[in-house]
Design a protein around this ligand. Structure first.
Ligand SMILES: Cc1ncc(COP(=O)(O)O)c(C=O)c1O
Length: 368
């Protein structure tokens, strides 16, 4: 539609709309000009691994050494490496719906079986520990958590992370913790499971990267921090599949991890202001249930009041909003969260105001 010159406002982006901060770009440009364009160690340069260790200690209270770090081509890549080395065919992995769709696909690619535990908006999209315990079987191998969450923006409270960790200890499970949105939190802190105790640390793979915190999605730099044997297996696996993440992007990542706090804070504060704006505007639309997300950059309103009849489901509503309001959203069913829409607020405030006004106008014609 955009190519046809139609003015579509998009709430679909899964990435910050900011430019990568200048010092990061400069570090990569200088590396290119200095000829830093050859292979590096598959698991990343010693310099980058040191910078990642320093970041983990400073921001997460996690003590890792470089041999426990595998830098990769994005958190998505690290996640896949982790699942490939942790899972045997038929192993079950618990994940919490609504979830980022890549998880289920990667678990299946690794020969595993995704076992979905549902969460609800009424409970803030936080898993119920009894439901999690009930989903554990002799084949369960790992719990995968993503806090702050895409698509719900939920940040799991400490007691929930502790509860999940206890279950992992009791049933001898791995914890895979995707912390890619960790810096984008509003009035709360995300808890890294590995920080809870040595026993939990010993069974956790922490995954993170530069994409969301530093507006570096296209750079493709992520990492995993894990017990040594797991990190070594992930490094070996990566060695046969992709080798190192791009050399000069690694230099940019080193600069990112040494950026002054204010640079990330400016972006975080803007996302918080946008979250307040979009939640406030969506809550004025009759019939929508709009939880206030504590993290990431997504609103996940419940739109079931508008479904039925000629709009049977969230995908149909999405289609209608695109056709009639010229607003792009993502149906919740994509994330196993039917009856919802995901609206990314990684877009300017003016577009948020205009886009939600268009949605309100289109929904007024349907009436809840
Ligand atoms: C929950 C979650 N994890 C990981 C990623 C991917 O991060 P990266 O760009 O570092 O591969 C995304 C991207 O949308 C995401 O939403």
């Amino acid at each position: 539609m955009k190519a046809q010159g139609i003015d579509v406002l998009s709430f679909a982006a899964g990435e910050p709309d900011f430019n990568t901060p200048e010092p990061i770009c400069r570090a990569a440009t200088e590396a290119l000009q200095a000829g830093f364009t050859k292979y590096t160690a598959s698991s990343g340069t010693p310099e980058l691994k040191e910078a990642i260790c320093a970041k983990l200690l400073r921001e997460n209270g996690l003590r890792y050494e470089p041999a426990q770090i595998v830098a990769s081509c994005g958190a998505k890549h690290s996640l896949y490496n982790a699942l490939m080395v942790l899972l045997d065919p038929g192993d079950e992995v618990l994940l919490f719906a609504p979830y980022w769709m890549t998880y289920a696909e990667q678990i299946a690619l690794a020969g595993g079986v995704p076992v979905v535990v549902r969460t609800s908006g009424d409970e803030g999209f936080v898993p119920d520990l009894e439901a999690v315990a009930a989903a554990i079987t002799p084949r369960t191998r790992a719990i995968l958590l993503n806090s702050p969450s895409n698509p719900t923006g939920a940040v799991f409270p400490r007691r929930v992370v502790e509860g999940l960790a206890e279950l992992a200890l009791r049933h001898d499970l791995w914890i895979v913790s995707d912390e890619i949105y960790e810096r984008l939190v509003y009035g709360v802190r995300a808890v890294s499971p590995a920080s809870l105790s040595q026993e939990v640390y010993d069974r956790t793979v922490t995954i993170n990267g530069c994409s969301k915190s530093y507006a570096m999605t296209g750079w493709r730099i992520g990492f995993a921090a894990a017990p040594k044997a797991v990190a070594a297996a992930m490094s070996n696996f990566q060695d046969q599949v992709t080798s190192n993440p791009t050399s000069f992007a690694q230099k940019g990542a080193v600069a990112a991890f040494s950026l002054p706090e204010e640079a990330v804070e400016t972006m975080r504060a803007e996302f918080e202001a946008r979250r307040d704006l979009i939640v406030g505007l969506l809550r004025q639309i009759p019939g929508l249930k709009v939880p206030k997300p504590d993290g990431a950059f997504y609103a996940f309103p419940d739109v079931t009041a508008y479904l039925g009849g000629r709009i049977p489901n969230d995908a149909a509503l999405c289609e209608l909003l695109l056709e009639e309001a010229r607003v792009a959203t993502v149906p919740g069913s994509v994330f196993e969260g039917p009856g919802h829409l995901r609206l990314s607020y990684a877009t300017g405030r003016k577009d948020i105001e205009e886009g939600v006004a268009r949605i309100a106008e289109a929904l007024a014609k349907i009436a809840p």
